[in-house]
Ligand binder design. Sequence first.
Ligand SMILES: CC(C)(COP(=O)(O)OP(=O)(O)OC[C@H]1O[C@@H](n2cnc3c(N)ncnc32)[C@H](O)[C@@H]1OP(=O)(O)O)[C@@H](O)C(=O)NCCC(=O)NCCS
Length: 162
Amino acid sequence: MKQAFSVRRAHMDDVKGIHSLLLQTAQKGLLLPRALIYLYSHIRNFWVVDAEDGGIAACCALAPVWQDLAEVCSLVVREDLRGKGLGRLVVEACVADCRELRIEKVFALTYQEKFFTHIGFEIVDKSVLPQKIWADCVHCPKYPDCDETAVFLTVGGDRTHG
Ligand SMILES: CC(C)(COP(=O)(O)OP(=O)(O)OC[C@H]1O[C@@H](n2cnc3c(N)ncnc32)[C@H](O)[C@@H]1OP(=O)(O)O)[C@@H](O)C(=O)NCCC(=O)NCCS
């Protein structure tokens, strides 16, 4: 029988699991690791999916950056649970959060542009993203040579159900 997964807001007990999932993925160069103190202080941004074994199966965060703009970040699905719709589930939760917060636009910087375009985002030139988003980027070891692709979604319709 197909396993049913559901997405929920993260809480403090999830932080160590999120930290370890991000660290393992960061070691492969796919995203930035996050310090425990960052995760504790930004826990309200995070959505998670539980794995049957009690661990964290997937996580993703919505980080508002301006009145009309937010970033989807820290997106990871545990390797053995990929391809089951969990990535879509957590990104959709972030997009729903945008609607609730009345944020009109959401973006991500990613190497997984095909995943994002498949779920309704479009690829944009990084230069169209406003300069204020780079505040976080200066802390990235790759700054200023970002080789990630910018993807963008106008929130409103139900485009993540593509
Ligand atoms: C990218 C990632 C989050 C995708 O998660 P996932 O759970 O495997 O993806 P889903 O199963 O939700 O996929 C949703 C849809 O996108 C498609 N898709 C997923 N990855 C894809 C890819 N690389 N190329 C094209 N389509 C892709 C799936 O086929 C699925 O399509 P369907 O709904 O029509 O069947 C996961 O591969 C991951 O954790 N990668 C490593 C970490 C990473 O790079 N994070 C991104 C940082 S921004």
